[in-house]
Design a protein around this ligand. Structure first.
Ligand code: NDP
Length: 336
């Protein structure tokens, strides 16, 4: 059982030495529980936060434990009446070949016969698509004709947010890093305007947003924070809604960066909504059905960036922070 352990808490940007890949015996199923052979693991910016010893919405990953990850895999041994060997299951496990699931955990069975790859349960049918869906539909509630501004727009969550915004009748502006990602925003995801933030001052970025949205933006879907958010705040329309979904520009920064233009929230009477997808677990079936329908209708495209091999976990994870990932980042650990 190969396990990718957190062996030291990263200081700033994680380095290879913060982790170790070890070989341990394959675990046995506990009474009432089962063992999963992990096939695909979700690599998420949130995992960086769980590596810090800091209060958050989940406990820190204990040192010496495998890096916590949502995985999809196959039951390899079962002592549970509810799970049989060969069942495909989705759950919070770790970056390792085999994970033990105790009785009463929240792992769920999934039907892989209805998807072209089991990894879909980590992307389109998983938390990523639903993060976009509920953040827009339930938190921001955009009206047709409103202007929606998305940061981290070419990423997994951001690209879905922009496409759902178009389905809802919004004018959609995306901010992403580099010309190729901006091309994809327009050509692949149907955004109205794409803005490259790389190498630009807050003032320059703000001017570009202002040129694209002369009447201001009504909804901001924030994935990035820092300077990008500061430029966005300078372009709020009156009573704008900001969905605070992520702050990836801060995750590797030992000191939090924050924003300086909060005064614009005040003068425009805008609201900032902190948002976590885990509050919507009870409504996943509803959101999943809508996402599946839009995909079947060809109105929604969810790309995956599948990296292969547990031994490549560090390099794969770092793609999130260099911006190398092109779609939902997934690590393939084994065949199904
Ligand atoms: P992405 O697929 O968007 O990948 C991360 C992207 O972030 C990179 O490709 C890169 O794109 C961008 N990025 C990385 N570092 C920086 C930086 N310093 N400044 C600006 N942009 C940067 O990941 P996800 O879709 O999985 O996650 C996107 C956001 O959504 C994250 O903030 C994440 O924490 C958040 N999230 C929140 C959830 C919630 O419940 N609130 C649930 C899931 C995700 P580029 O090349 O454009 O810079």
């Amino acid at each position: 059982n190969r396990r990718f352990l957190l062996s030291r808490r990263p200081h700033g940007t994680p380095v290879r030495e913060d982790f170790s890949l070890v070989e341990q015996p394959v675990p046995s199923a506990p009474e009432g529980g089962f063992v999963v052979r992990n096939c695909y693991a979700s690599l998420d910016p949130a995992q960086r936060g769980w590596m810090d010893d800091a209060p958050s919405y989940m406990p820190p990953i204990p040192l010496g434990d495998p890096v916590r990850a949502t995985t999809i895999g196959v039951v390899a041994e079962s002592r549970s009446p509810d799970f049989s060997v060969g069942d495909w299951v989705l759950g919070m496990n770790g970056l390792e070949d085999y994970s033990v699931n105790a009785a009463g955990g929240f792992t769920m069975k999934v039907d892989t016969s209805i998807v072209d790859s089991p990894s879909r349960y980590l992307s389109a049918m998983g938390a990523v698509g639903l993060t976009a869906y509920f953040g827009l539909i339930d938190v921001a509630k955009p009206q047709p004709g409103e202007t929606l501004l998305v940061s981290g727009a070419a990423g997994a969550v951001g690209s879905a947010v922009g496409q759902i915004g178009k389905i809802l009748g919004c004018r959609v502006i995306g901010i992403a890093g580099g010309a190729e990602k901006c091309r994809r925003l327009i050509d692949d995801y149907g955004f109205d305007v794409a803005i490259d933030y790389k190498g630009k001052s807050v003032e320059a970025l703000s001017a570009e947003i202002g040129a694209a949205a002369p009447d201001g933006v009504n909804v901001v879907f924030e994935n990035v924070g820092g300077d990008v958010m500061d430029a966005e705040l300078l372009n709020l329309a009156m009573r704008a809604r900001i969905v605070l979904c992520g702050l990836i520009s801060e995750y590797n920064s030992p000191e939090k960066i924050g924003v300086r233009n909060l005064w614009r929230v005040l003068t425009t009477r805008s609201t900032i909504h902190g948002y976590l997808i885990m509050d919507y677990v009870d409504r996943f079936a509803e959101g999943g059905a809508q996402m599946a329908q839009w995909m079947a209708e060809g109105r929604l495209r969810i790309d995956e960036d599948v990296q292969v091999g547990l031994e490549n976990a560090y390099d794969a994870f770092m793609r999130l922070f260099t911006g190398a990932n092109t779609g939902k980042l997934v690590l393939k650990i084994a065949d199904g």
